[in-house]
Write a protein that binds this ligand. Structure first.
Ligand code: A2H
Length: 253
């Protein structure tokens, strides 16, 4: 755990189609605003490889008015932080339009900015913490062992997780290469550490640590405007580009 404030990049994933359950709850409550799921990431340089987004099924989310035109889906806790970081039009004010269960967000179709897959789906993940980030996690299975293990679980047990198999059908894509693990760092580590599922939290923590260090210190970009550059240089450039284009913003906690 970091001791100082954690600087995340908040990725704006516009909802293009809600599940029927969510559509019913949301209808008439957002005042014509565009609604975005907001995912907090420490790896903005990997956003080219987003294949889906994760929410916690035990978590309650809110839909918060950011301004006249936009509403954000995240935890209340994150919305309050955003309000004090000047992200909403009225500083310090949290305007919750409605509350919604994570289960109802599953199956929504959303835009994944910068991804090779322009539109992806919201899927359930067991280990999403309500106390970290926004409670929404964008998924990059090429470089995040947690995301890869969860995506494989969902593919193996779509019925158990109550998802349509097509929602989990987007394959991991190479985003960066590392000398030790090649173009698919997370799948390589999941195999090497014999991780069977998202329930192997101890091995996943180790894999996450290795993947992060290897990617950051030794990774080279394979895609995007900064292709061929070291991850250490590209990371902040991708972040700045996303912010400049209005598809992301800085979020700290
Ligand atoms: B990262 P830290 Cl490619 N619950 O983004 C569980 N995990 C969460 C979360 C929550 N509420 N909020 C954010 N996260 C994830 C990309 C990524 C991430 C890659 C590789 C590693 C990685 C794509 N998922 O994280 O505890 C988010 O996943 C490992 C460092 O604040 C976020 O960045 O250090 C990261 O955990 C934040 O974790």
């Amino acid at each position: 755990e970091a001791l100082g404030p954690q600087e995340y990049t908040a990725i704006k994933m516009e909802v293009v189609q809600w599940s029927d359950a969510a559509a019913k709850e949301i209808e008439g409550k957002v005042g014509g605003r565009k609604v975005y799921l907001v995912a907090a990431t420490l790896r903005p340089e990997t956003m080219y490889g987003q294949t889906n987004c994760f929410v916690g099924t035990q978590i309650k989310y809110g839909v918060f008015a950011a301004n006249e035109k936009e509403a954000y889906v995240c935890t209340y806790r994150a919305a309050r932080n955003m309000a004090f970081q000047g992200i909403f039009d009225v500083r310090g004010q949290v305007n919750q339009l409605l509350e919604i269960d994570g289960t109802k967000i599953v199956g929504a179709k959303i835009r994944a900015p910068f991804s090779v897959y322009p539109e992806v789906y919201v899927l359930p993940m067991d280990n999403v913490l309500a106390t970290k980030g926004t409670g929404v996690v964008t998924s990059v299975p090429s470089d995040s062992p947690d995301d890869y293990a969860t995506l494989m679980d969902l593919r193996k047990k779509a019925d158990f997780y109550k998802i349509d198999p097509s929602w989990a059908s987007f394959d991991p894509v190479p985003v960066l290469s590392t000398p030790a693990y090649g173009e698919m760092t997370a799948p390589a580590l999941v195999k090497q550490l014999k991780i069977q599922s998202q329930k192997d939290v101890k091995q996943l923590a180790e894999a996450k640590e290795i993947a992060y260090k290897e990617g950051f210190y030794n990774g080279t970009m394979l895609i995007g405007d900064f292709k061929g550059q070291p991850v250490q240089e590209a990371k902040n450039k991708v972040r700045a580009t996303m912010i400049e284009k209005g598809v992301a913003f800085a979020y700290a906690e």
